[in-house]
Write a protein that binds this ligand. Structure first.
Ligand SMILES: Nc1nc2c(ncn2[C@@H]2O[C@H](COP(=O)(O)OP(=O)(O)OP(=O)(O)O)[C@@H](O)[C@H]2O)c(=O)[nH]1
Length: 407
């Protein structure tokens, strides 16, 4: 008999025994006497110490500990292995289930990303399809490729870089046919934007203070709501600082969101942004909160007094916690295209950015701007947004992005 058959037979024996255990009382199962009065059902981590009459409940949803110390002296070796096997199977199933859920969630995101990038892909894709349709690779083709990349908002520097890289790939691999350029372009683009892929690790500080900045309407407040949900999903506790004291609706927006999701929001009537952030950090310390997400009012880089004001918010945060802020995120609206590069530079000069969030990729054909950002200065692109839904913001992954952009 093969090992496989052996395992199946043993499992079948165990399975029918488990079925019996679930449906009959344990007293009968282990050969003991039927009790006069009902006893609580055994659970895997207590093991059968005696008879019971209540059927065992449905499998638990969290990993189960193997019985320890060893089950009661009266339990036979066979019973011990029966319960150990039960525990093993329950644990295995939960692990498999968790993997399935993670895989399904990844597939949903890849679908959303693809749908979100449809506008950019339709434009870029159609033009590239015409270019890569067939024929020889020649100078005319490179020129046309240059135009296509520029119109997808990649910017001059990134376009020059990509063309140089594509040419190298063509000559190294001895490519001749235009259809082979697609792979070369995907490779060059992935390599260019890969340095932006550095997921945010909220570890090492408690609270971990994340300050959020950006121009008006970029999606700061909405992104904070989405991020709070994202971090809650990772088992972290979150507190929000309604530091956008300029736009009253921003505070209400944040408070409504906090109420719905059971997240504390620190806000003040009037008051200044720095004071709200200061209070929020102290409240988070007192409550043992893991993450503080601090909103700020929208401002243009040309409004110098407002750029000074946001630098002050950063300094005041450092007064509440000398190690903070631990992350300074700039939220960019993808619709702004190449303009985003100036915003990155100005906010980086004022605050020293540690990460970027690119929102509204779903509403624009300017998704190529990521290449321009990567070429200018590879500040990690922590998250990208492809919709208004709460789950429409996720960590940036270069390969997924390029796959969704160039089919
Ligand atoms: N389609 C789409 N809309 C988004 C996305 N992110 C944010 N929005 C929308 O953009 C609009 C502005 O978002 P807010 O979060 O209010 O922007 P803000 O930066 O806080 O605005 P100010 O406080 O005025 O500076 C809202 O209608 C959001 O729903 C996204 O990824 N896709």
């Amino acid at each position: 008999m093969s090992d496989n058959q052996n395992t199946q037979n043993t499992s079948a024996g165990w399975g029918s025994k488990l079925w019996k255990a679930l449906n009959t009382d344990i007293g009968e199962l282990v050969g003991g006497e039927k009790p006069a009065t009902p006893q609580p059902a055994p659970t895997p981590d207590t093991a059968p110490a005696g008879p019971a009459t209540t059927p065992v409940a449905a499998p638990v949803a969290a990993p189960v500990a193997v019985p320890s110390p060893a089950p009661a002296a009266s339990t036979s070796t066979e019973d011990k292995s029966f319960w150990q096997k039960t525990v093993e199977v329950l644990n295995t199933d939960v692990t498999v289930l968790a993997k399935d859920v993670a895989q399904a969630s990844r597939e949903v995101w890849q679908y959303k990303l693809k749908a979100g990038l449809a506008k950019t892909r339709d434009k870029l894709g159609k033009e590239l399809a015409a270019l890569f349709g067939g024929g020889q690779i020649d100078e005319d083709l490179y020129e046309e490729l240059e135009t296509v990349l520029l119109t997808a908002d990649m910017g001059v520097d990134a376009t020059v870089h990509l063309l140089k890289d594509v040419r190298q790939r063509v000559s190294l691999a001895g490519l001749k046919d235009a259809s082979e350029l697609r792979g070369a372009l995907k490779g060059a683009l992935t390599d260019l934007i890969a340095p932006l892929e550095k997921p945010l690790q909220v570890e090492g500080h408690k609270p971990y203070i994340i300050m959020v900045a950006g121009v008006n309407g970029a999606g700061k407040t909405t992104s904070i709501g989405k991020l709070a949900k994202y971090f809650q999903g990772q088992g972290k506790s979150v507190l929000l600082a309604a530091g956008d004291t300029f736009r009253a609706a921003a505070r209400e927006q944040l408070m409504a969101w906090g109420e719905r999701n059971n997240v504390t929001v620190i806000a003040q009537d009037g008051g200044d942004s720095a004071a709200v952030c200061f209070d929020a950090i102290n409240a988070a310390k007192a409550r043992g909160i893991d993450i503080v997400l601090a909103d700020t009012a929208g401002r243009l880089p040309t409004q110098l007094h407002l750029m000074d004001e946001i630098a002050k918010v950063k300094r005041v945060i450092a007064k509440a916690d000398p190690s903070g802020p631990h992350e300074i995120l700039l939220v960019l609206d993808a619709n702004t295209g190449q303009n985003a590069l100036q915003q990155v530079k100005a906010f980086d000069d004022a605050l020293g950015l540690t990460g970027l969030v690119l929102t509204k990729l779903d509403g624009t054909a300017k998704g190529g701007v990521i290449a321009g950002i990567a070429k200018q200065k590879a500040i990690p692109l922590r998250f990208i947004g492809v919709g208004e839904g709460i789950d429409d913001l996720r960590p940036f992954e270069a390969k997924d992005y390029v796959d969704a952009l160039i089919e």
